[in-house]
Design a protein around this ligand. Structure first.
Ligand code: ACO
Length: 430
């Protein structure tokens, strides 16, 4: 078998570096021997040209607008599958048979309650704390409760930790919501499916019966499928890096939640809705487009652009359809935010600046409108994203731990600080 290589000459040294092919997508130049042979590091802040690992979970073709989970197109999974089936697929690598699906659903359902002592953690937070702050802390706190699933060298314990994480994240997310609005926590209901149960824990109150609407439940389930994984994005890379030291799996997921919170990542759906509200009406769109194009103005159109997609985000298309479905089910005929969003998208997609820079709507552009219509306040949007992405984080964490070539992640740097200098005693400093 011939091994492909690429040749690199640095100073007077020439070395051959192996080129590795994936199933689909760009090949990679394996630079592992670079430092040993040349004494040089590569420099790639933001990892725009760097593959940090080998993975078999998710594939994105950003130029073509393709997203595959374990080879299956996101459009097909969102159309025909449900979220727990997607979880099974991400964790195990194959779609479940009917019997496997039934067994998996049951196991997740059986783990939805959190330790009663967890309630005390919530009570320590200010009521006005951001639910993401509460979620970071409560997910991290799981590491203090489930001591029987923290031996990461045991495949069985890894699996139990994974199922626990997928099962308990909706309970914690709903608790973060309930706490922020001053309502009592609602226990999970095992007779409901995963997403209906989450709606039940979020919206039911002890004094009134709550029956989840199946159309809305299905819409939210589809939103969860769309967000379930997205290869080596910032939060997933954070989980992998945290996990590479052998850290507790729940603590690693808390690190992922923390990273997701930022407005350049999961916080964008909150920011996108705020922006649509600020624009307020269709006639004000041109001035915001001008702001976004102005080099001296830091304003960006939130929900537009993506590090990887330089085409329409395939998730955004499904999201737009879901938005219409939810609004129609709720009888919302005229939503001014939707009007602004549709017109903003139309104008931006025909504007030279956005066309040239390949800035298309991303998934966050429409998700805010939908989640608001479902009854969630903006502060909960990123929490819902974290809920859905948890399975991706845990599947990627598991894959990393199970990779025999796994090492602790330890990037190097280009040092531009002072060279060595002598300590000056306090009295002699000017
Ligand atoms: N509005 C206006 N201009 C933009 C936007 C935007 N939303 N996004 C990028 N640009 C411009 C930049 O100013 C830059 O212009 P320049 O080349 O003249 O300097 C060019 O497009 C490239 O932008 P970068 O920031 O270099 O691209 P990068 O890949 O690093 O950023 C990002 C991607 C962070 C998503 C960016 O597009 C952005 O800030 N978008 C708004 C926030 C957002 O919606 N984030 C959600 C991401 S999806 C997710 O997390 C699920």
């Amino acid at each position: 078998m011939s091994v492909k290589t690429s040749t690199l000459t640095i100073d007077d040294k020439t070395i051959e570096l192996p080129v590795k092919d994936g199933t689909i997508g760009p090949s990679v130049v394996d630079i592992t021997p670079l430092y040993k042979h040349t004494g040089k590091f590569t420099y790639d802040p933001g990892f725009t040209s760097t593959a940090s690992c080998e993975s078999q979970i998710t594939y994105i073709d950003g130029d073509e607008g393709v997203l595959l989970y374990r080879g299956y197109p996101i459009e097909q999974l969102a159309e025909h599958g449900d979220f727990l089936e997607t979880c099974y697929l991400l964790l195990y690598g194959e779609l479940p048979t009917a019997a496997e699906k039934q067994d998996f659903d049951l196991r997740v359902t059986r783990h939805t309650m959190v330790h009663e002592q967890m309630n005390r953690f919530f009570n320590g937070f200010r009521r006005d704390a951001h639910p993401m702050a509460v979620l970071v802390a409560s997910v991290g706190a799981l590491s203090a409760f489930y001591h029987d699933s923290t031996d990461i060298s045991d495949p069985q314990q890894r699996l139990i930790a994974s199922i626990r994480m997928v099962a308990k994240i909706p309970t914690l997310a709903a608790m973060a919501f309930k706490y922020s609005i001053g309502q009592p926590f609602v226990y999970p209901k095992n007779s409901l499916d995963y997403t209906s149960n989450f709606l039940h824990m979020s919206f039911s109150v002890p004094c009134e019966e709550y029956v989840p609407n199946p159309v809305l439940s299905r819409a939210l389930d589809r939103i969860f499928i769309l967000h379930a994984d997205h290869e080596q994005n910032a939060s997933t890379s954070t989980v992998r890096l945290a996990g590479s030291s052998g850290a507790n799996p729940f603590a690693c997921i808390a690190a992922g939640v923390a990273c997701l919170w930022g407005p350049a990542h999961g916080g964008a759906n909150e920011a996108a809705l705020r922006m649509l509200e600020e624009i307020g009406s269709v006639d004000r769109i041109p001035q915001y487009i001008a702001k976004a194009k102005d080099k001296n103005d830091p304003f960006r159109l939130m929900g537009f652009g993506h590090r990887v997609y330089k085409n329409y985000d395939p998730r955004a298309k499904i999201m737009q359809r879901t938005t219409h479905e939810v609004l129609s089910e709720l009888g919302i005929k005229d939503d001014p935010l939707l009007d602004v969003a549709l017109e903003l998208e139309r104008i931006a997609l025909s504007d030279e600046y956005f066309v040239e820079k390949k800035l298309y709507p991303n998934i966050d552009f429409y998700s805010g409108i939908t989640l608001k219509a479902l009854g969630f306040p903006t502060t909960m949007f990123t929490v819902l994203f974290a809920l859905a992405r948890t399975v991706g984080w845990i599947a990627q964490w598991k894959e990393m731990i199970e990779d025999p070539s796994q090492k602790i992640g330890r990037p190097r740097q280009l040092y531009t600080g002072f060279a060595e200098r002598d300590y000056v005693p306090l009295g002699q400093r000017s």
